[in-house]
Design a protein around this ligand. Sequence first.
Ligand SMILES: [Zn+2]
Length: 359
Amino acid sequence: MGWMKPTSLDRKNFFNHKGREVHKGKTSNLFPSRSLMTFVFNKRRKRRIMNPIETILQKYPAMILDGALATELERRGADLNDSLWSAKLLIENPELIRQVHHDYFAAGADCAITASYQASLEGFMRRGLSKNEAIALIQKSVQIAAQARDEFWREETNQNGRPRPFVAASVGPYGAYLADGSEYRGEYGLSQSELEQFHRPRMEALIAAGADMLACETIPCLIEAQAIVNVLKEFPNVSAWISFSAKDDVHISDGERLADCAAWLDSFPQVAAVGVNCTAPQYISSLIREARHATNKPILVYPNSGETYNAEIKGWDGEACEAFSEQAKQWYESGAQIIGGCCRTTPDDIRAIAEWARA
Ligand SMILES: [Zn+2]
């Protein structure tokens, strides 16, 4: 139910944006009633969307994302061969996640993408956790990243020439919960409202935990982006980036054109940026051009290293691309303002991007 605009100022009952009655009583002709004040306050609040990307891009030409979380956790000895992937560490070793976030901040990342990509209520409950325990773990991903950020920023020497980093709560696609690689195909066979039901409780939990914004990533099909945007409208102060996985230089994973998806997203003020992630670097320059013609929103790209994920062996095939950060500079020149790395990228890749982006 949308905002119900009062028909006149002396109307006795007003409703907030969820349609609940907020005040019942007499109105005065001399002073604005409390209900009118609530109305004005809610209207103002509704307009103010927390958008940390906009804040950074007002002062800096580019924003730097972090790199792979799982790759880094594995390099430090974590065993992630599990349907919960890096979310498994939320239970077993949150300290390791905190360290990786810290290292990405130290490398120059302007935000941490939380370890909630594969964390879902269904996934945790399938493991025997209660609903409340599952929500607490999802929220823990935000708390760990915020703790790492606060500790990093407490050191004054870390503050030179860069913005205060923020926490972007990862909202992985439905396919990540299936853990069968379908986030690179997008053929879920679910309706938009079923996808909304899947996404709503986690988005709600991440927002309630204090995430600065949502990072909706590796989305393989437009219908899932539409479901997410619909849920997002229930939290009118919150912004999100929407990032698709792409299969070539024009199309997202399920075959739709990235330009069509970006054009659809362009009209939603809560969508802070549009882009692609977990896609081979070779397609990125072309995809940026596709998106740039379809939207005025900032474009974000955080490709993988160029290796491809093999769901059968739950591992990576192929060779990593050369000189990730040099390619990243070309992406910036092609019009992407928000740049980082996805699977198989490292703090060294992010450090090399920061070297030219913050020079
Ligand atoms: Zn990835």
